[in-house]
Design a protein around this ligand. Structure first.
Ligand code: CA
Length: 258
């Protein structure tokens, strides 16, 4: 299995710090984007902890079977890789709690995270918060994640249109995050990949300024993964660059060589 990937992270035009983090470990099939929140250095610490702890857990469980001892209860309804990601998110959440206990200036920090773990044509996908995963297949962009955000909940309830959500003063409010609290809920899904598929992981610095059709157009015009990441970031900044923006694109080469 060969995975090609590219990424770009950028502070945007209105923020001095970049609280987003990403991690790419193609040798184990893991890719993560996290978007930190919290005053002072908290946001940066939280997103960095998330990508690091998810990576550690995934790397330490590659050989585990369902009957082995897992760091968290094994969920029979999920694949092995789905369990590995969920355990990674749990681990990150616990580490964030521990850091907040030790350091006053980190209290209140939190982070979103979206992660994909690829094994051949199977991909496990996990997310918490409003960082997103998209699938680009046969010139069509499909969103694979549903934001844990206040505006998304209002849209689902029919109370807000997408256009209104985009302008809403509460558009940045996430309803779930890795925040160190004890009731973490992680959305886990499984995706079967096809030749030529591309996956995009991104922080809301991209999706808050570009809609899905604009993102799809940029993907269509940029087949090179690095050029795609760069152009997505450039267009987010051209649209005002209000937030840190991170884009990570990956593509799995198949036996057929596509
Ligand atoms: Ca953000």
């Amino acid at each position: 299995m060969q995975i090609s990937w590219a990424a770009r992270t950028d502070p945007g035009l209105r923020r001095s710090r970049n609280e987003d983090s990403y991690r790419a470990k193609p040798e184990v099939g893991l890719f993560v984007v996290a978007d930190g929140m919290g005053g002072h250095v908290g946001g940066e610490v939280a997103s960095e902890l998330a990508v690091t702890e998810i990576q550690k857990l995934v790397e330490s469980t590659g050989e585990l079977g369902p009957l082995d001892t897992w760091p968290v209860p094994f969920d029979q309804s999920l694949s092995q890789d789905g369990n590995r990601l969920r355990a990674g998110f749990d681990n990150a959440n616990r580490k964030i709690a521990q850091h907040m206990e030790r350091a006053e200036n980190l209290r209140g920090m939190a982070t979103t995270a979206v992660a994909v773990l690829v094994d051949g044509v199977q991909a496990a996908l996990a997310h918490v918060g409003d960082s997103r995963a998209y699938l680009y297949r046969a010139d069509q962009l499909t969103r694979l994640t549903s934001d844990h955000s206040w505006v998304e909940e209002q849209m689902r309830a029919g109370m807000l249109t997408e256009a209104a959500a985009r302008e809403h003063p509460w558009r940045n409010i996430v309803t779930k995050a890795l925040s160190g609290s004890g009731d973490l809920q992680v959305d886990v899904a499984e995706v079967e990949l096809q030749p030529g598929d591309r996956l995009l992981l991104c922080s809301d610095g991209l999706s808050s300024v570009l809609n899905d059709s604009e993102i799809g157009d940029i993907m269509a015009a940029n087949h090179d993964l690095q050029e795609g990441c760069d152009e997505l970031v450039n267009q987010a900044n051209a649209a005002g660059g209000p937030d840190n923006v991170t884009t990570l694109l990956l593509q799995v080469a198949t036996a057929a060589g596509s």
